[in-house]
Design a protein around this ligand. Structure first.
Ligand SMILES: Cc1ncc(COP(=O)(O)O)c(C=O)c1O
Length: 450
């Protein structure tokens, strides 16, 4: 990072000096200036000297991904851009050289910095952020912790990933609740906001306590109109007690790091997401962001290592639970070097710009869908409309198995993937590590194959 970028980095990070026992977050309120930051990924500052966040080639240069392959499946599991890799390395070295001392000195400030960065990125409060290891862990914590009464139900959809369906099944089994699934569209490429919102809200009953949806379907590439769904549910909630409100819970992993949204613009109650896909954060990291009042509906599943919980335990009293994010962050020692480097992943995206990343992704996805639509023997499954799609582009290859096409593409140095669902499609993910020229290369290869 050059001086200018580093200044941006420092002024935005505002980490808190001083140790903070077990990552409690009262210190979130203090220490906002560069001078307060005692630690930082010095390696990132030194190595990324030429980084220009306004130049897409420079952005791509931050990734060690080989240029021999066009990485259209990079979103499946993130590569670490240089600032993230450098931060992990710095923390790892510190922990290896003096594990106890480094932890004592830096744990508090690093956890505060990560929560502040996540809060800034999502337009939320730090206390609304819980950290996890993955989307799946976040889904398990929210649905497993949801205080469902016997007879209450959760409405999910047929388009959600395994992790949502299974987290709900396990939760419902334990609570005596039920889960119903609604099909939001029959033809993904032809769907509309009205169809999706109409089918979903028609399924809600007085027994519905939560609606579980996925922001961008990894099965079809359809992006749900979360804000419109939230508005429709708000109308239904207007006539209900707060404790009976239908909570809107979103698996956000294929929207986070792509779309230029905040918790306020989405309007959902909970967003669960790994930070190790489109956000290109450290592998094995994730977040849950919940509206402060919505967290009241959730009980922690795994004992948190938050200061107030430890203090209450030591004092033999019930924890007050004033910080829902910390209270719902699973405790236990873990891969701190990765957890703390989430800060640099979020900073990297904020420096490049959420709006710029959304536009870059949208342009390539649109270019890809338009080109694919002209080819014989295949059908673009994902809507052309950027309002109903994000970075994922799914293609039906007719009689030809998509796995075979993935193999042929790899032969041509293009990495794509197959959707992990009963109805499998060929799937591409243009992103900040691909380019419009590479989209053309994909189209040339698909032309040869079709
Ligand atoms: C919609 C969706 N949610 C969750 C996951 C799992 O994410 P994680 O590895 O962060 O649990 C995937 C795929 O990996 C997915 O497609």
């Amino acid at each position: 990072m050059g001086d200018v970028s580093r200044r941006v980095f420092l002024s935005r990070s505002g980490a808190v000096a001083g140790s903070l026992a077990l990552g409690g977050v009262t210190a979130c309120e203090s220490g906002d200036g560069p001078a307060d930051r005692q630690t930082g990924p010095e390696g990132a500052g030194a190595k990324a000297a030429a980084f220009d966040p306004t130049d897409w080639e420079s952005v791509r240069d931050q990734f060690p991904l080989t240029r021999d392959i066009r990485h259209f499946a990079a979103f499946v599991l993130a590569a670490h851009p240089r600032p993230v890799a450098d931060a992990i390395e710095q923390h790892r070295r510190g922990l290896d050289e003096d594990t106890h001392g480094y932890l004592e000195e830096h744990q508090g400030e690093n956890e505060v910095a990560s929560r502040r960065a996540a809060a800034e990125y999502l337009g939320a409060a730090a206390q609304e952020i819980a950290f996890t290891d993955s989307t799946t862990m976040g889904l398990g914590l929210v649905y497993g912790g949801l205080r469902l009464r016997p007879g209450q139900e959760v409405v999910a959809t047929e388009h959600d990933f395994y992790s949502t369906h299974e987290a709900l099944r396990l939760a419902a089994d334990r609570r005596g609740a039920t889960v119903r699934r609604v099909r939001l569209y029959d033809r993904p490429s032809q769907t509309s906001v009205d169809e999706i919102v109409g089918r979903l809200t028609a399924t809600v009953t007085p027994a519905t306590r939560a609606v579980a949806v996925t922001w961008v379907h990894s099965s079809t590439g359809v992006k749900l109109p979360i804000a419109q769904i939230a508005a429709a549910l708000a109308e239904l909630n207007a006539g209900r007690d707060v404790a009976e409100h239908v909570l809107l819970c979103v698996d956000g992993v294929h929207g986070l790091g792509v779309e230029d949204e905040t918790m306020a613009t989405l309007g959902c109650d909970f967003l669960m997401s790994g930070t190790h896909k489109w956000l290109f954060g450290p592998r094995g990291t994730g977040i849950v962001c919940g509206r402060r009042e919505a967290w009241d509906a959730i009980g922690p599943t795994i004992p948190p290592f938050a200061a107030e919980h430890f203090g209450a335990w030591a004092g033999g009293v019930a924890p007050a639970g004033t910080d829902p994010g910390a209270s719902n962050t699973p405790g236990g020692y873990h891969s701190f070097e990765h957890r703390w480097a989430v800060t640099e992943a979020l900073r990297f995206h904020l420096d490049v710009g959420k709006a710029a990343i959304a536009q870059r992704t949208r342009e390539q996805a649109t270019q890809l869908k338009a080109g694919l639509a002209d080819l014989n023997g295949i059908e673009v499954v994902t809507p052309a409309d950027p309002g109903l799609s994000a970075g994922i582009v799914c293609v039906s290859t007719g009689e030809v198995a998509p796995a075979g096409v993935v193999g042929s593409l790899l032969h041509r140095k293009i990495a794509a993937s197959v959707t992990p669902y009963r109805e499998a499609y060929l799937r591409f993910g243009p992103s900040i590590v691909t380019s419009p020229d590479e989209v053309d290369a994909v189209l040339d290869a698909m032309r040869e194959l079709s």
